[in-house]
Design a protein around this ligand. Structure first.
Ligand code: GDP
Length: 479
């Protein structure tokens, strides 16, 4: 493809330093091995410990995956309505909540949780996610079979009232975190439901404490519903500390590596990505991604000029000359491309018009493109989510990125791309944006209590490797 033929580069490492297994049939998922042709090589190599862990996870998943003998055995136990402790294969079933960005960051966190606990991750995938991703693990599937015996799983919102909600069972003292084989008086529930979305309460958040984790190990089935990037909080659990430091000697690469490992666009989505890239972006000398997501009422004119000011002061785009309309452009030089993604088209139009109507002071030519403007979020539609994923992925192929505060859509793009974005957040209400210190996503609603003292703490300050997020100070991120 022209992405690789325009300059002479060494042959690309299509397995990304061993992150990907070579065991897949290439045609079933073209993006897995072709993505290296479109991406700049990552500056971050996965540790050999992570690579080994992924290969052994793949073996475990194949052994325990849907419709294997061991899976069927654990399903029988689930149907019996109570649990007698861990089995040979133990599962985390992920249940979606909110938009695609939220889903991708929470799947990644659930996968890390599964890796740390030798559990198998299965996804409850509604139809709106049916053809987005390839299978990440060879010769098996991560999709929860449709005959899974917990029937009401698709009414995700009813799970807040689930009788097996871990936090509720603690609150009602049906379960105690210090339960062990000696002081359990009857059988345990067949599964636990972990309510880890933004509305989880302090009882649900006992999940992030050592005591909670010890209890959870006794359950072969954990149903986990989350819209959060809760991976940073796993670093606070002493049992996982050593393992996490071996897996990620470079802490701020957790999402970068796991996201690239897990999320390969399906062939349909890969078609969207590669067609768009070749048509509009491949020949550019540089690519700037601009992810514009607004929450609530925002004035288009003032927000547009704020975004443009961010690009100009960050030297991501050249200024325009308001005096001389005919400054010569440098002929033969490739244009610089700006990829705008947004639900609306107003921001794109303003930027495109600016560079159409005026010359740049550097003589550069700027092409401005936006693949879609869906106007409204429609997470319940597969075709809408395909565009969302294609656009997240296209943003991740940029050389630099401007993202919107509090948006998980942007987090996924920056993490996959290995980019520290310029975030559209006004520090102290100043008219500037902030260059993020890392490419890691933010965990928006972390626990707020210390596990031992049960006192309220500023969780972003309890460990040297955590920071409050630049774009959402109540949140935390790995540092
Ligand atoms: P967040 O709400 O910003 O954290 O991101 P999510 O991805 O979780 O939810 C927003 C959803 O709105 C996306 O998944 C898309 O469905 C839609 N959406 C938001 N911004 C865009 C965009 O720039 N392009 C497209 N195609 N869809 C978008």
């Amino acid at each position: 493809c022209s992405a690789s033929s325009s300059t002479i580069e060494p042959p690309k490492d299509k397995l990304l330093g061993g992150l990907f297994s070579p065991a897949f049939d290439e045609a079933s998922c073209l993006s897995r091995y072709q993505s290296a042709l479109f991406r700049k090589s990552s500056n971050h190599t996965p540790s050999s410990y992570l690579v080994e862990k992924l290969r052994s996870y793949e073996v475990l998943h194949k052994k325990c995956g849907p419709n294997t003998e061991l899976y069927n055995k654990t399903i029988e136990q689930l149907k019996s309505n109570h649990s007698m402790g861990p089995m040979e294969c133990n599962y985390v079933v992920w249940i979606p909540s909110d938009g695609l960005g939220n889903r991708i960051i929470s799947i990644t966190s659930a996968f890390l949780y599964a890796l740390l606990n030798n559990k198998v991750l299965l996804l409850y995938l509604p139809e709106d996610m049916g053809d987005l991703f390839c299978e990440p693990f060879p010769e098996t599937t991560w999709v929860l079979p449709s005959d899974f015996p917990i029937r009401n799983i698709k009414w995700v919102y009813s799970f807040e009232k689930d009788p097996n909600r871990y936090g509720d069972l603690l609150k009602r003292k049906v379960l105690r975190n210090d339960m062990n084989s000696r002081n359990i008086s009857g059988p345990l529930p067949a599964y636990l439901y972990l309510h880890l979305i933004h509305t989880s309460d302090d009882f649900d958040k006992m999940f992030y404490c050592k005591e909670g984790q010890l209890l959870l190990q006794k359950f072969p089935w954990l149903l986990l519903r989350s819209n959060q990037y809760f991976a940073p909080a796993l670093f606070l659990i002493p049992e996982f500390e050593k393992e996490l430091s071996l897996l990620f000697p470079e802490r701020t690469t957790v999402f970068h590596h796991l996201g690239r490992y897990l999320f390969h666009p399906s062939n349909t989505v890969w078609g969207y990505i590669t067609r768009y890239y070749e048509a509009y972006l491949a020949d550019a000398k540089e690519r700037l991604g601009m992810q514009i997501r607004t929450f609530g009422q925002v004035d288009l004119d003032s927000h547009s000029s704020y975004i443009i000011n961010c690009a100009l002061t960050g030297k991501l785009l050249p200024n325009i000359d308001l005096k001389d309309p005919v400054l010569p452009t440098i002929s033969g030089v490739k244009p610089k491309a700006v990829l705008v993604t947004s639900l609306s088209s107003g921001y794109f139009e303003r930027l495109r018009d600016m560079y159409y109507e005026h010359a740049t002071t550097t003589g550069e030519v700027i092409g401005v493109y936006q693949p879609s403007h869906e106007e409204q979020q429609h997470t319940e539609k597969l075709s809408h989510n395909m565009k969302a994923f294609a656009e997240i992925y296209l943003l991740s192929l940029s050389d630099a990125l401007i993202t919107s505060r509090f948006s998980t859509f942007g987090y996924v793009a920056q993490g996959l791309g290995g980019l520290r974005p310029w975030i559209l957040v006004r520090p102290n209400n100043k008219n500037v944006c902030l260059h993020s210190v890392t490419m890691e996503p933010c965990f928006h609603f972390p626990p707020s209590h210390d596990c031992n003292s049960r006192r309220k703490v500023a969780i972003g300050s309890v460990a040297s490797y955590l920071r409050h997020c630049e774009d959402f100070p109540n949140g935390i991120k790995l540092f």
